[in-house]
Design a protein around this ligand. Sequence first.
Ligand code: NAD
Length: 670
Amino acid sequence: MNPVMNDFQIEIRQGLPEKLPPVAILDSGLSHAPRRKDILSETEKKLALRNALRYFPSIWHEILIKEFQQELNEYGRIYMYRFMPTYIMFARPIGDYPAQSVHAAAIMHMIQNNLDPAVAQHPQELITYGGNGAVFQNWAQYLLTMQYLCEMTDIQSLHMYSGHPMGLFPSSKDAPRVVVTNGMMVPNYSKSEDLEKFNALGVTQYGQMTAGSYMYIGPQGIVHGTALTVINGFRKILNRDETPAGKLFLTAGLGGMSGAQPKAGCIAGCLTVCAEINPVAAKKRYAQGWVDEITYKIERLVARVKKAKENKEVVSIAYVGNIVEVWEQFYENGIRVEMGSDQTSLHNPWSGGYYPVDLTFDASNELIKNDPELFKTKVQESLRRHAKAINKHVLKGTYFFDYGNAFLLEASRAGGDVLNEEGTDFKFRSYVQDILGPMCFDYGFGPFRWICTSADPQDLVKTDELALQTMASLKKEAPIEIAQQMEDNITWIKEAQNNKLVVGSQARILYADAVGRIAIAKAFNDALAAGDLLAPVVLGRDHHDVSGTDSPYRETSNIYDGSQFTADMAIQNVIGDSFRGATWVSIHNGGGVGWGEVINGGFGLVLDGSKEAEQKLKNMLFFDVNNGIARRGWARNKEAIFAIKRAMNQNKSLKITLPNQVNDALIDGL
Ligand SMILES: NC(=O)c1ccc[n+]([C@@H]2O[C@H](COP(=O)([O-])OP(=O)(O)OC[C@H]3O[C@@H](n4cnc5c(N)ncnc54)[C@H](O)[C@@H]3O)[C@@H](O)[C@H]2O)c1
């Protein structure tokens, strides 16, 4: 640690300030979270204030109580804006953090990335993505957590309760440095209105998947999976001799995750139209180069799309407006949509995740604040109209899939025409059922990622090269069943630098299976040991992966033995990772598809070039992937049975219970 500390280091070690800072002025240039529902009774509001004030010395309470009351009334939450740090928020080189533990410093790097205004959706409300994906509930939690991370040694663990740092507990060098839980509830209290209430009380938060687990890497985190989905979606619908050029992919959302769609469309080589109702979000993605063109008028969009189709252009276009309007107008104007989806935030439909057609963005936000019940009615009307317009296109040959944003779930709850004739299931499939499940997750391929904590782009270039060499050499030995997946991932990593994917920290994502993840991680650790990289590398993954997430309408939607409604896999995974070497672990209620609809977990693992790190990466990554394959195999998924048998051949200590096949005739004859 540098003995002479700079202002940032002094401020971050200090935790809560000694003197009451001045009242904060919100940055109007940033996107701010919509006002949350006014859900608390007067008695509960008093409890929320009491809860907030316990972070501060009583001498400040008289001033703060008024301010927090105003925040609660105005925004529906107490963010404690006054305590926002004054330093610039971004993932600094790891050496800048005044920590006792290198691993703790790596975690600080990751936390600051999640709150970087270039990365986060509503940075001053501590929301990273998905409308409500929070890193912390308030700024006091942030300040205290950073202080704990500065102080902690390698024989302590910090326990995080939904953004609240409960404190440092003695542990051991092999234990995780941080244990994160977000939104864990007694099951009967896990409805979306419970989240609103307990979040407003300041006792829980919606951590999404990688927001509250400090593992968000900007839209890149999703772009690879989205590119794989779009590429394979087109492979499903096109003849072998056709290419996606001139074929239209229509979807919505240019937010935290959805912003990856136009880039993925260009990587897949098609024409992409992405509707986004929030002009700030659309302009941000346009300015960052994630979408090629931006247009505000539907007539212009129609004309532009006709021309692009004619010329078979590979281009992405943002339309600033409502997606329902686009589906309807494209139908009226005879524009054929080859592939369609949606990535509005329907996991959060009543608080600004989905904006109803025929209302402006501002009018919707007003309605959320002033008449939430009417807003709900408008959302449901819009969803019915949305489904109707999609159905018309589907009759003309559009392939529509659910993108894991709870579109089908919420459209069906709204009475939209999305169920099969018997009313027993959706008539459209999810991207996991059709594409990512059988092609990737069941073989163990998932969104493995790494972050160079030196913050030096050259380290990222070196790790990309190492990953490419490793993948290319593994491909020579790979069985035919996974040859296509290996090939797609090699192409991805070769093109990664050209695609300019980095927003925030120096991070990369790569779909790899257990063998690939372990080999790549070992190559990084060896390079660190040899001094070829400047600073430790953090390994992690999206929770949206083979083993991390139990979510019946998304990650586990291609599990058909009834166990898709259980959450044993995600819980087993986080516990199993925690004692096999993870540097931090996290388990969340609600990421992606909504509170109560999913349990998801993940990890971070710091590679520092040591022998211990090598042991941990081998042990932990092997379990982290094969746990999910074993479960998918037990559910009789044939790709997973193949993959788990292969893993058992590779490691004789692995012994998995395999399913016996039952003759269909025996069952059908009953
Ligand atoms: N399939 C996946 O792999 C995957 C991964 C991550 C997230 N998701 C899900 O996708 C959804 C989007 O995630 P995100 O992080 O981008 O959320 P986000 O809230 O950052 O972005 C959604 C965007 O949709 C826009 N929008 C809402 N209603 C609209 C409408 N009617 N017309 C046009 N635009 C509209 C919003 O303004 C917002 O910018 C979430 O439900 C998330 O859980 C799916």
